[in-house]
Design a protein around this ligand. Structure first.
Ligand code: GLU
Length: 310
């Protein structure tokens, strides 16, 4: 009998999307990311019974970048509760690029509009508790180690150093947040935590498994262990729909219809409630910062497997 999600359809989606890898550009504003090979394309699907199907470069390591904003938010929500978190960061999409500074000054109070833009994620990093940066990053790493089943998940030091050296825009955002009273504590330390969590290294296979945990409302599909409350998963998935694909989130919601979060290294985490997690990796980006071939692949797969949630 034909499986509901079969490898042939995944291969067909991969094939169709592979034609787009030369249409985008790798991110260069973090110099280390400019070294990535734009022709790579990998996809992995993780199903509730633990079945994994993958095509292409699904075992190649890449850095989470903005995908990590979901996991820093999970830790901040678990440590502080939603009331504390949403006093300091909003719940609204911006329609602006991920690193935009403009609305921070024009809206009052000066809190970032949501936790998926850089300003919001820096504010969230400021809420993560611990004695020092080491202890604070370990909270995020521990969560990801559990979610992926890989105890060796770590920060890519070269990418971290590269971003730290060149992150003038993020520094500007952080100091503005400090001035507005949104960011408490040491600014450079919080930025350091933010650069580290963006540089956490994973594979598309691991991202698929992370997506499955979100799809299962915070429960590990294999051990049935709960990693975070269902309400936290609900908040994250809602942000993924409204702000997960930068200022192309509306278009993605209509064309693909799956909660997803992308990062400038070319990764996309997609989560289909109760049905599957999907990890995609292809470093050539479109003009909004989303993986160009990655979006094409998800579009095709959503149609083939009827994955849209709306
Ligand atoms: N570390 C990146 C930055 O702050 C993350 C951006 C992204 O992936 O959207 O610019």
């Amino acid at each position: 009998m034909k499986q509901p999600y079969d490898l042939e359809q995944l291969q067909a989606a991969w094939q169709a999307a592979a034609a787009y890898t030369d249409k985008g550009n790798v991110a260069t504003y973090i110099p280390e990311l400019a070294k990535q090979d734009p022709r790579q394309l990998g996809v992995s699907v993780f199903l509730p019974d633990g079945t994994v199907i993958s095509v292409g470069e699904a075992d190649v390591c890449f850095t989470l970048q903005s995908i990590s904003k979901i996991f820093s938010l999970i830790v901040a929500l678990c440590q502080n509760g939603p009331d504390y978190v949403f006093e300091r960061v909003g719940k609204e999409p911006t329609g602006d690029p991920f690193n935009s500074i403009i609305k921070l000054e024009t809206i009052k109070p000066h809190k970032p509009l949501n936790p998926m833009i850089n300003a919001g994620a820096i504010a969230v990093a400021g809420m993560i508790q611990g004695r020092d940066v080491e202890e604070r990053i370990t909270c995020i790493l521990d969560l990801l180690r559990k979610m992926t089943g890989n105890p060796d998940i770590r920060v890519n030091e070269d990418v971290y150093e590269s971003e730290k050296r060149t992150a003038d825009r993020n520094r500007a955002l952080a100091w503005f947040l400090k001035d507005s009273g949104v960011l408490v504590g040491d600014v450079e330390e919080t930025l350091d935590l933010y650069f580290r969590h963006c540089a956490i290294e994973v594979t598309a296979k691991e991202v698929a498994r992370m997506g499955m945990v979100l799809a299962a409302d915070g429960v590990d599909p294999l051990s049935k262990e709960r990693f975070f409350p269902a309400d936290v998963a609900r908040i994250c998935k809602t942000f993924m729909v409204t702000c997960g694909m930068y200022n192309a989130s509306g278009e993605f919601a209509i064309d693909v219809g799956i909660p997803a979060k992308s990062g400038v290294a070319g990764g996309i985490l997609a989560t289909v409630p109760q049905r599957m997690g999907i990890g995609v990796f292809s470093p050539a980006l479109d003009d909004k910062g989303n993986s160009l071939a990655g979006v094409k692949l998800l579009e095709q797969l959503s149609r083939a497997w009827n994955l849209g949630i709306f």
